[in-house]
Design a protein around this ligand. Structure first.
Ligand SMILES: [Zn+2]
Length: 91
């Protein structure tokens, strides 16, 4: 069975067997590495008159309260992996 899913980060439609499921806990870790706020979602808010900074804050708050798993498309999976690798050892 083939099922289409929507990437929770960038809203791209992909087949569910191509994407990656990330737990809410892991997603929050990714957010601390600067991943997760996609410009598509920022633009969706700024187009309704909200400033960019405010849009990012709204999205961060929304994402921080999420307790469900996240579905990532292959492109976002790559970006998530890079975010973890790139900033993971700077502390
Ligand atoms: Zn994506």
């Amino acid at each position: 069975m083939n099922m289409d899913m929507i990437c929770d980060v960038c809203n791209t439609v992909v087949s569910h067997n191509l994407g990656k499921i990330v737990s809410a806990k892991d997603f929050k870790t990714l957010m601390t590495q600067g991943f997760g706020i996609h410009k598509t979602n920022i633009e969706m808010l700024t187009s309704s008159g909200i400033s960019q900074d405010e849009a990012i804050n709204i999205l961060k708050q929304q994402y921080a309260t999420s307790t469900t798993d996240w579905f990532l498309c292959p492109q976002c999976e790559i970006e998530a992996t890079e975010a973890m690798r790139g900033n993971g050892s700077t502390s």
